[in-house]
Design a protein around this ligand. Sequence first.
Ligand SMILES: [Ca+2]
Length: 281
Amino acid sequence: MHVKGLSESDRSLTALNLTSGHNSIDLRSWGDADKECQNRMGYLASIHSDIENKAFVSWTDQKNVWIGLQRNGWGGWDWVDKTPLDFTKWAEGEPSDSGETGEACVELYTNGGWNDAFCSTTKGFICKKHKTYSTCAYPIDQRDDCGYDGISEYECISRGCCWDEAGSGPHPCFYSKADSACIEKGGTCKDYRYVSCELGYETNLCSGGAENQCCFSCASDDDVCNDQADEWEMGDEQCEAGGYGTCQDDSNYCASGSYESGKCGGPTNRRCCVGWCNTWL
Ligand SMILES: [Ca+2]
């Protein structure tokens, strides 16, 4: 069966981690997760390289998440965004189910391995959104080069920059001069409603609407920062026990609108976003 794939330049460029805070309300069956992604003009994420696989793992808050791979009924596996299956990372002994009615959907383990699992179980998930002009919407005379020769689309977007193969410059990765204040401080401009940043957000450093804020988080190779974040989490029990809430820097979006003090580890601005009335945006 031939499935028309998206061209290389149309692929994926923005990935959304929709599990920020991993509140239980954010968990979905594979099918519902994919619907949620499509509502946002994306798909459950496809993965085409080890770099991409590692990047997604680093976004998953140490939870297994759904990715966009599903059994196709012909003994193989298809990405829901119809990109080719050009990379796999099955965990040892996986896929473990040989039938067509069992474990037909694929989750990404926190160690980067893939597992076929029952589609009806609920998990966090990661969407990928196709590149749109709006990701590089600023005029050419308001762009600066971002990154370095040979930078990949994925790294470019991860840095908070945008990818435009039609643009002029040594490589197709740019940032808006309007976002440079954030990038120069070591942050990336994100839609703060969808992405939780462990070191919090600063406002007024990013272009676009008020939802675009400057996100600060530990770089994946910054052991000191990551160890500190782990230490903070050890004091989170009072907030997170029983699914009560989620500890995060209180500049992060809290769907319930209600932060409580004294229930989280770490600095005083790390507070408990009360989860009981969290609603999906
Ligand atoms: Ca399995």
